[in-house]
Write a new protein. Structure first.
Length: 271
């Protein structure tokens, strides 16, 4: 990632994020889930925006004051209330990309249904600057409310659909572009991190996870689960799907962009 940002300082690339709720910066206001200070201030606008805050996201955050964003923590070496994203860092190196960015983050998006995301990408292949596009589908190919692995994306289908979307992007993006796809998330970290914490509703996280699974209302049966075998099954499938991205990087060539698989060290980031 540092190398990518370094070269962006000398090329007029444009930042695009295409992905899921992590791309869109999905965020549930904490006052919706706790009796202490409960209120619905701003709820109408939040719901109309599907509780997404792309203006505050890791990819395309651009607001002038981090206090306008949920849960932004100070970063060493930066002034208070400074928003930081890949876009802001690229813009700092080259102002020719000022206000030229796109965030196509959709809650629940999966790689096997990414063709609809690609159709929303707006770029003129002949006259626009090249693109640094993050195709970031981190977990919904694994996450669903059904027990077992039958409703998870299979490696073969994942590879096929990823290639379909990348081929469509190759016909859309200007020459010299780059696409980066990070590894799927290690969702077992969610349970490992939260198992000893109290959920805002008052119970423990494991009890809340199991309650949602009992009601068949969980957004992610595998990783929001106190059963270690369930978590391991999700992580194994995520590993298998990430391997398809590595396979694409090693075996496929595209005319108008270089494809980069980014093997994220999720454990290191959490530590």
């Amino acid at each position: 990632a540092a190398i990518i940002l370094y070269y962006c300082g000398y090329h007029c690339w444009v930042m695009m994020s295409v992905g899921d709720s992590a791309t869109a910066h999905f965020h549930l206001p904490p006052q919706w889930l706790t009796a202490n200070g409960w209120n619905t201030k701003g709820a109408k606008d939040d719901m109309l925006n599907e509780v997404d805050f792309p203006q505050c996201s890791w990819g395309t955050a651009h607001v002038d004051d981090a206090s306008k964003c949920p849960l932004q923590y100070p970063i060493a070496g930066l002034e208070d209330n400074t928003i930081v994203s890949i876009y802001t860092q690229m813009r700092q190196r080259n102002r020719c990309m000022n206000n030229d960015f796109q965030n196509i983050g959709v809650n629940g998006a999966r790689m096997v249904a990414s063709d609809t995301l690609v159709k929303a990408v707006a770029r003129d292949q002949s006259s626009d600057h090249p693109v640094l596009l993050w195709l970031s589908l981190l977990g919904n190919d694994v996450c669903n409310g059904h027990a077992g692995t039958d409703h998870m994306s299979t490696p073969d289908n994942y590879y096929e659909k990823a290639m379909e979307s990348l081929t469509a992007l190759d016909a859309l993006l200007p020459p010299g572009s780059h696409i980066v796809s990070p590894a799927l998330f290690n969702g077992e970290l969610l349970y490992e991190t939260m198992q000893d914490q109290q959920h805002p509703l008052g119970t423990t996280y494991p009890a809340f996870y199991d309650w949602m699974n009992c009601l068949q209302e969980s957004p992610c049966w595998a990783w929001l689960n106190s059963d270690a075998e369930a978590g391991a099954s999700g992580s194994q499938r995520a590993k298998e799907l990430s391997e398809q991205l590595a396979k694409i990087e090693n075996e496929q060539n595209f005319e108008n962009f270089k494809f980069i698989y980014y093997p994220v060290d999720w454990n290191g980031l959490f530590e």
